[in-house]
Design a protein around this ligand. Sequence first.
Ligand code: FES
Length: 643
Amino acid sequence: MLKKKVTVNGIPRTLIVDPKATLADVLREQLGLLGVKVGCGTGHCGACSVIVDGKLVLSCSTKMSKVADEAKITTVEGIGQPGNLHPIQLALVAAGAAQCGFCMPGFVVSTKVLLDQNPSPTREEVRAWFTRHHNVCRCNGYKPVVDAVMEAAKVLRGEMAKEELEFQMPADGRIWGSKYPRPSAIAKVTGTFDYGADAGLKLPPNTLALALVQAKVSHANILGIDTSAAEKMPGVYKVVTHKDVKGKNRITGLITFAPNKGDGWDRPILCDTKVYQYGDAIAIVCADTEANARAAAEKVRVDLEVLPAYMSAPAAMAEDAIEIHPGTPNVYFDLPIVKGQDTKPLMESAAYVVEDEFYLQRQPHLNVEPDVGFAYIDEEGRVTIHSKSIAIYLHHAMIVAGLGLEPEKLRLVQNGAGGTFGYKFSPTMEALLGVACIATGRPVFLKYDYYQHITYTGKRSPFFIKLKYGADKKGKLIAMESDWIVDHGPYSEFGDLLTLRGAQYIGAGYNIPNIRGMGHTVCTNHAWGSAFRAYGSPQAFLASECLMDELAEKMGMDPLELRYLNVYRKGDTTPTGQEPEVYSFAEMIEKLRPLYKAAKEQAKKNSTSEVKRGVGVSIGIYGCGIDGVDSSEISIELTKEGV
Ligand code: FES
């Protein structure tokens, strides 16, 4: 242990620390400064930024042994607090930069150092500073942050009053269309907004820290699990395996459409007979500290018979591939699309035919806050699970039978959550927390490091698409043939729904009267497929829009004009045969046309013999809400004053 005298936010502190502990952990766990957020934990996201002796430091990757004695440390709490905001914080609130807010304390601290060093930065210098100091935001696109820095700099230079950044309620009290700040914004820019890891530090002292034993192979039969050595490790309370799970030990994939060849009960909470993907949870060590739990997890022995791993849809579709879920074919859902006449003769007689193959890869969501949650038994005897779930009732339905609980004995609560971008539409750790809480009867807390977060949460599923268009001599599409294969990883959740997106969006935006195609959902051993923003739409449009460009090139026609010719107009129908509710594309293209022409001119001017510049166009469509008729609800309250 190391004795350190430091000054934190102006207050002298004497600390006894583990020299190997990180500065972030000491600030958070020993000093309770929870404005220091830990995202990646490896010094790449900037959420943990603090100031040490005037320099910007990534505290998650700074060991206490490297912190100088008498160091002066400033965290976001030392810059401004609710009720006493620093101009930087005020400006971030005013600019609407604090969305999920997980990155905000890091941006506040980083901006403070920037403006101390350079009171009049240009926008480019601000951007370069954040790039150089690893300040990452996945929500706001950076423009609001740069706007805020420029405004804060004006205040600090005395060119603008701080009050000008404060929101002024309009005289008529109407906030619609105003810059009314997000209600949580002040908490987010001051670091006082509690995310799951912060709430986890406020759990009672008998809370058990959890660590997972995870598969290090992608496909295997489990021959045995030996927990005896792990149980003898320091601080271990219990090692939980599938034998401790009271229910079905499965998370249902909630099959959405018939005919699906699986039954949806394909994802184990804790693996029992097989490993289906890298990172699968095999056991949970429950211990007094996270370090002890993780050390013991290393001691669990899992005897495996390794099987061939099918890491892409074509591999899993091969003739000799074994069934990943025995009894269910790897291609477990087929979805035809049929519209208008048979396309074969139309393709043969079309003036122009283009065809190509496309692949859109698996994508991680890369949200800054890793997955985290906790569980306890509440005062009414309910197993209560707090997590980043963005679908608590859906997740309740997906895990309750697996846990073996009566529905009223399970309660899910959403924590303050950093952006999820869709991955938390899947249950991730909820059922694991539930199993550990039931098995121990104690509050439990589980936090993934970023490696676990990447390897054991869902991803955008890749699509393999073969696509063919036939057009008449003017460029009017007359037929489309499509074949799309969805690599959905090993678990079926929403895989059929995603495959439907291919039918809805490949070729969408254009009136294509005759279509023949087939979609397939394929089980593989790669990461399971989960929701991601615009679920299924980027995969579909990558193919159909690239092929529109290829058609334009073949015809020698401008790509924008080819689109203009084909977009929906009154009476036209979508690929799945519906009449769109609005016909906005033609008018949008008319508005866009002069800008497009100007951009093309500009690109030509800026091109050199080495660097060619161009202008790309694409249309895009996405239904709002989940499947079904678009709908919305509003609640209106008439106040006593009648407004
Ligand atoms: Fe920056 Fe969400 S607001 S990561």
